[in-house]
Design a protein around this ligand. Structure first.
Ligand code: MLT
Length: 312
């Protein structure tokens, strides 16, 4: 009877709206990816995928909350590299990224862009670095907190040029971008999913992209590495998770809905316009995400620990 009941519950899934938790502010890069996918997934699943922004502590508040949510197939979570980097940045986390979640899928990879406020007095990266070095006590860097990729990129940048600047944390790079546009902060390293429209409108100054090679969506932007920041590379990847114990048939249906969304021409076009690259099929399986997360924890842990910046 128990089996029959649970089989029935799963067959009826989803019987109501499904929540996709985003760990940063609405309107920002993670939110844009989540809402683009959610609109298409809602069609496949026949129920609305509702995006819920749960803010705080560089994404770790949302991750902790999802880990403790009922594994009933109605709570999912989208997060980026922060799922891996937070294990090194926080002395104590309320969750274990590898053991407290089910893995659904990866989705898109997103480049980052090194920006400064529009009136920043530097025409290129060399001048920017020189100006920062000469004014290091005055320059601040906007971030979305420890665990955010904007913080990771900003930290690697400071290390690469040998300065320590004041970091101003926001609850996402949507508010950080507003502060940059308003001239309240000087520098922001942020994802193309948010920055391309501002770059194209001339509202911010662009000093380079964080990928190994130049990107199609900003073909004239040099990489940071080619301008002398040797080996500088940050690519933002996205994983979709569910609380541990979410039934496998539901994970499989969600996985199929993500795959269908990534094949949806509207999604593909929007992602392309925003510089996001749909990942290859090999990364779209639950196992692919699980092994990727593990490799990212192993990759970033030592790099972050060398920087010596931690939160409790
Ligand atoms: C956001 O959605 O606000 C960003 O992904 C935050 C970040 O990691 O920089």
């Amino acid at each position: 009877l128990v089996f029959a009941a649970s089989a029935h519950t799963q067959a009826a899934w989803p019987a109501k709206a499904v929540t996709l938790v985003v760990p940063f502010a609405a309107g920002g890069p993670t939110d844009v990816v989540a809402r683009t996918l959610a609109a298409s997934m809602s069609k496949t699943l026949g129920q609305t995928v509702v995006v819920e922004n749960k803010l705080g502590a560089g994404g770790t508040v949302a991750a902790g909350s999802v880990a403790k949510s009922p594994p009933d197939g109605y709570t999912f979570f989208i997060h980026h590299n922060g799922m891996a980097t937070s294990t090194a940045l926080y002395r104590k986390l309320s969750y274990d990224p590898l053991n407290d979640f089910e893995f659904v899928s990866q989705a898109v990879d997103v480049p980052m862009t090194m920006l400064a406020r529009k009136d920043f007095p530097a025409a290129n990266l060399q001048e920017m670095v020189a100006y920062i070095k000469a004014n290091k006590d005055k320059i601040n860097v906007a971030t979305a907190g420890l665990g955010a990729v904007s913080q990771l990129c900003g930290m690697l940048f400071q290390r690469a040029i040998g300065v320590q600047l004041t970091e101003v944390p926001f609850q996402g790079t949507a508010p950080a971008m507003n502060a940059l546009l308003g001239g309240q902060v000087d520098v922001l390293c942020d994802q193309t999913t948010q920055t391309i429209p501002q770059i194209k409108a001339g509202n911010v100054k662009l000093y380079g992209v964080t990928t190994k090679n130049r990107i199609k969506s900003l073909p004239n932007a040099p990489t940071l590495a080619e301008q002398g920041l040797k080996d500088f590379e940050v690519v933002v990847w996205h994983g979709i998770y569910a609380p541990k114990g979410t039934p496998k048939p539901i994970i499989e249906r969600m996985n199929a809905a993500v795959r269908a969304a990534l094949k949806d021409p509207d999604v593909a076009k929007r992602m392309e316009d925003l510089g996001a690259e749909i990942v290859p099929d090999s990364k779209l399986s639950p196992e692919g995400l699980q092994s990727w997360l593990k490799s990212e924890i192993d990759k970033w842990g030592p790099i972050i620990k060398a920087g010596g910046k931690f939160a409790d």
